[in-house]
Ligand binder design. Structure first.
Ligand code: SF4
Length: 688
């Protein structure tokens, strides 16, 4: 028996913990602590602990599949590539769209971006950041000049006040929750606002349940209190920002008085006052947020409001402060960095910028050119175009994403995907989306490849191969390269290793210029920006100046607006959605991990006891939840942990899919959907 330990990075959340994969006779059989990681220091959450269990699942895809007469048949790689190449070549550039993946490596996201813009010459590439932090990228870039988490995870422990808004950190990013606990032990006050009394709420010094969608009003109210009491950082505002007077004009309005915002949000006046005082007077205050802020039709407004309060209090460019946007998936930061977005190449170099466009066209060397220098469609817009303008988009290549469970209004998504003429899905399991494909390509999982991923704190870390992929499955970069070669572009995709691809990424991406595998192959790895090989990386952004060309941060006057759909007589409750500790997104991996699945085998809807009593609903009773998009049958969980008037569903479970219900209304800038608030009614199921 041979036994070895391979240190790698967790494939689940954006925290970026490391652990060892235990490999016995060439197969991954367990995980073990890797204590040298500065992120998690040997500790992991349940998902990390059992991250080996799905790797050798009997459900893994092992051969290419081609659909014939409505049924999948196994095929050789050559048969699959030939069919795909012939079909792909038959479409005009903008009839093709690709979805990259926050679950695969930087190298592979880069290659799919290059394939889309170079081989297919299409403008349309996006990925699931559209569903989680598109508002962060747009909002923080407008305020600070850089759309990423400003500080490092370790910094949070040094904060004297931590305000968590729209993030159930202790369940979604448990090892970041550990840093919050360290801050608390060091004397920090913890403020938490959420419609649910979550695991995070239990650790807070001040818990503020609030009506989903009132974030801007709460932040404006806190800023009004801070200014009224003279707690703002006048020097920081004067030296490092602009448009403060415009901000002041809005936040000082009577609309944002304690009394009015208490009515809008449901938070007691005293709590709002205390939150403003603790946050405004602490030596350093960190703001942590996640999708409770971003997944709204006002997602960008929400994000800009978090930036406003941190500039107002001078909590940027210093330890223990920052706007800490907690990115959801393991590599959602990296997929954005790699230009798997419809408006940018790598490192946020704009597609419409002539110089950037020429730079990539020259670097890639396609003799027949690349895509036009125009922005493409976001994934949410792709779905609308497919339903509203059939025939404009005809063909899609989806790598490691499952929109048939992750996107809002699933009936609409199914309709959209069924309007495609040709769909290729590349994944490790036959997902709900793969079932609709014409060709399915079997991919390697994280344990079967080398590569890099970039965590929420902009730390670029290594995945290291621990076992071979099952059957004939291949790593994604190899599949993309072989397909490109079949289409006549072998010269542009000559790669023999992930490292070769990374070298190309570093060459064309200023924030990654100073990175290479030798430098990254250390426990601490590197934070971007890292512009030169002798640069130590940048754990804290905006020290001394912001990333805008003039170095100045920009305040944005933001007025509160209610969600696109609010309760009414017909749909009298607010529905909000989210994740649970034991599962990950569409459950493709965690629901195939026996231990995790045993803990939480299905979904539920949380209902406050007063609402349940009024509706005659009992705990665990199967009920029907209905919105204007559709209905699902789901067990009720009657609990005081959810505030009256609000209901909550986790979105991992296909048998009671929350996204059948959610609203596809979009933020006008980020095009992110409003997963966090729509109007719902519930009813008892009566026997026919
Ligand atoms: Fe993995 Fe996130 Fe858990 Fe760390 S906190 S072990 S990265 S799921």
């Amino acid at each position: 028996m041979t036994l070895k330990y391979v240190a790698t990075t967790c494939p689940y959340c954006g925290t970026g913990c490391s652990f060892n994969l235990v490999v016995q006779d060439g197969k991954v059989v367990g995980t073990a602590p890797y204590r040298r990681s500065p992120v998690n220091e040997g500790k992991v959450c349940p998902k990390g602990t059992y991250a080996h269990e799905f790797v050798n699942s009997p459900d893994r895809l092992t051969k290419p599949l081609i659909k014939k007469n409505g049924k999948f048949e196994e095929a050789t790689w050559d048969e699959a590539y030939d069919l795909i190449a012939q079909k792909f070549k038959s479409y005009k550039p903008d009839e093709f769209a690709a979805l990259a993946s926050a679950r695969v490596s930087n190298e592979e996201n880069y290659l799919l971006m290059k394939f889309t813009r170079g081989v297919m010459k299409s403008r349309h590439i996006d990925h699931c950041a559209r569903l989680c932090h598109a508002s962060t990228v747009a909002g923080l870039a407008a305020s600070f000049g850089s759309g990423a988490m400003t500080n490092s995870i370790g910094d949070i422990a040094d904060s004297k006040c931590v305000f968590i808004l729209g993030s159930n950190t202790f369940e979604q990013h448990p090892l970041i929750g550990r840093r919050v606990m360290q801050a608390k032990k060091n004397g920090a006050k913890i403020i938490y606002a959420d419609p649910r009394y979550t695991a995070t709420a239990k650790q807070a010094d001040l818990y503020m349940p609030f009506v989903s969608g009132s974030d801007v009003a709460i932040l404006n109210c806190m800023m009004q209190q801070i200014i009224k009491n003279g707690w703002e950082d006048k020097e920081f505002i004067a030296n490092r920002t602009k448009d403060y007077e415009k901000l002041k004009e809005v936040v000082m309005k009577d609309t944002y008085s304690l009394e009015n915002v208490s009515k809008i949000s449901g938070i007691p006046v005293e709590s709002l006052k205390t939150a403003a005082e603790w946050f405004g007077t602490a030596e350093s205050s960190a703001l942590l947020y996640s999708m409770g802020i971003t997944q709204h039709t006002v997602g960008v407004d929400n994000v800009r409001s978090t930036a406003n309060i941190q500039m107002l209090t001078g909590n940027l460019g210093k330890r223990g402060g920052g706007v800490n946007a907690l990115r959801g998936q393991n590599n959602v930061q990296g997929a954005c960095d790699m230009g798997a977005l419809p408006v940018v190449f790598t490192g946020y170099q704009k597609v419409i910028d002539e110089a950037a466009h020429k730079k990539f066209a020259d670097a890639w060397g396609f003799s027949d050119g690349i895509c036009e220098p125009k922005n493409g469609y976001e994934v949410t817009v792709m779905m609308d175009v497919l339903t509203d303008n059939p025939g404009e988009l005809k063909c899609m290549y989806i790598m490691g994403e499952n929109p048939m469970l992750s996107d809002p209004d699933l009936t609409h998504v199914k309709h959209a995907i069924e309007n495609l003429e040709f769909l290729v899905v590349q994944d490790i399991f036959l997902t709900e989306t793969a079932e609709l494909a014409d060709v399915v390509l079997p991919a390697a999982c994280y344990a079967e490849r080398d590569g890099t991923q970039t965590s929420t704190e902009r730390r670029v870390q290594m995945w290291r191969k621990a076992q071979d992929p099952p059957g004939e499955a291949k790593v994604d970069w190899q599949i993309i390269s072989e397909l490109a070669a079949k289409m006549g572009y072998a010269a542009q995709f000559p790669y023999q290793s992930a490292e070769e691809i990374f070298s190309e990424v570093a060459a064309v991406t200023p924030s990654y210029h100073g990175m290479n595998y030798e430098r990254l192959n250390r426990p601490e790895a590197l934070h971007w920006p890292c512009p030169a090989v002798d640069h130590p990386g940048t754990p804290i952004l905006h020290i001394g100046k912001f990333s805008h060309p003039d170095g100045i941060g920009v305040f944005a006057p933001i007025e509160w607006k209610p969600p696109a759909e609010v309760p009414d007589a017909e749909y009298p409750f607010v529905l909000t959605t989210g994740r649970v500790l034991w599962h990950w997104h569409t459950g493709t991996m965690t629901r195939r991990s026996a231990t995790l699945d045993a803990e939480v085998p299905t979904g539920w809807i949380e209902i406050n006891p007063e609402d349940a009593q009024a509706l005659g609903i009992k705990d665990k009773e199967m009920i029907r939840a209905i919105t204007r998009r559709g209905s699902v049958e789901v067990p009720a969980r009657v609990t005081r942990d959810i505030m009256k008037g609000v209901m909550f569903m986790p979105f991992h479970f296909k048998e009671c899919a929350a996204n059948v219900l959610t609203n596809n209304a979009l933020d006008p800038v980020a095009k992110i959907p409003e997963f966090k608030a729509c109007a719902v009614k519930v009813e008892k199921i009566t026997e026919a």
